[in-house]
Design a protein around this ligand. Sequence first.
Ligand code: ARG
Length: 549
Amino acid sequence: MIEKEKIITDVYNALQKKVAYEDIIIEQPKERSMGDLAIPCFGFAKILKKAPQQIASEIKENLKGDYHSVVIAGGYLNFFLKRAGITEKVLAEAHHDGYGQLSFGGGKTIVIDYSAPNIAKPFSVGHLRSTVIGNALRNICQKCGYQVVGINHLGDWGTQFGKLIAAYKKWGDEEKIRKNPIDELTALYVRFHQEEQNDEKLSDEGRYYFRQLELGNEECVNLWRWFREESLKEFMKTYQLLGIDNFDTYDGEAFYNDKMQKVIEELDDKNILTNSEGAKVVTFDQLPPALIEKQDGATLYITRDLATAFYRKKTYDFAEALYVVGNEQQLHFQQLKAIIKKMGYNFADDIFHVNFGMILQDGKKMSTRHGKTVKLHDVLEEAIEKVSSYTNDYELKRKVGIGAVIFNDLKHYRTNDVEFNLDDILRFEGETGPYVQYTYARIQSLLKNKKEMSITMENIVINDLIWYLVFKVYNFSNIIEKAKNDYDPSQVAKYVLTLTQDFNKWYAEERIMEGDENYIQFKLLVCEAVGSVIKESLSLLGVEAPKKM
Ligand code: ARG
């Protein structure tokens, strides 16, 4: 926002540059009635050896610049901006596509690893969070001028595939798997796991087949490939429902099978590996040890992630690499970064674990009545179904149902747990997706009254409610920038919620279609600006905005 920079420069000059430019902070006052922007003077007290209030009044005396008014409030200097100029600018710009676009990313690359469900297991609600947070971050980073590579790092490798192959060879039924891949494969895996408890030979067999898979045994590889294809086909149905299927690659853990040896050798050469009863381990001062290679030569999740990180650095030369993965993998990513650091690579500092909390139902981890994992696809279909009392148009139902689920997830700060209650999520009132979507549709219907005429701002009084809306629209790109820097889509969700609430307050208090034609058309321009920013915000979150509801 240029106003912010102007104010900082004016304050800097008024203080005769006695404090550093970077030390002048600008905020929004807690109460809107107290001013549009505020400069806290507390931080200057030490340097200038004066009380904050005194400093505020001195700044005010020496201040040059064109403000509506400047008010001292405690140790703050509060600025009221001239409304007309900013309003005119906002109304001229906000309805253009791409409003709020930033360029500070400078075309640098950010790699985002998100979603990443596990083959032969259900795509669960647990993976919903990674999918929607990652997708939103992708949009937000692009909006900031970054090049984004979106990677679906499928969980398609590991000892469990050895077990699955062993189980299939014992009890598998090809036909059944084709019909219902995930359920059948899960059942095979569960049965194997149960019988394994009483039969050690089975565990050996599982390990044997995973080793065979790692060595490229043709039969094993073919089975594995088939399980993967069938699973992915089923996952795609969920992605299509969500409207999130624009990954740049689905290369998951298996892709790194032939890229791990090199990393292990480098670790060895750099004397980072310790031998522990035949297994290879990295130890740390501050963290528990990380197992890199088992006695039988089998690799682990972290081994694959090491190879992945190097591959990504080499392939994409990323400025930042984000991993959108749950809180429970905190240690894994700490170890991953620490190992890369130990190897002497500074890009370890550009790796960020974008962690998140769980989805809970009545305070507990979500599961079916039989204690099984809840499939995301079922939940999404239920959400769509529940919208049905209100319309029969399937696409509309999908947009509202899915939008509600996504919005509910993203409005919470990611590291917190999210309570999931479909009835609450789908309400048209309160802090929900449908509430925001509905407001957008209401605005679109109002805009039918818009005429192609130029308006004059001369006699228009910009009242508080209108000004708050305009100023919020003006602030849009600042919100995006902060959301990027904190990897926090909830800032965009909260922003669009308050914008929507402010709009509805105005709509309840002032009749849009009353007054002289110039004023009506002016108000419709305000509606249009608010509407486009609602739509743009929703689209950053991955939520669609139907024109009619
Ligand atoms: N498939 C893993 C899981 O479900 C998440 C993978 C995240 N990405 C990564 N590079 N480790 O827990």
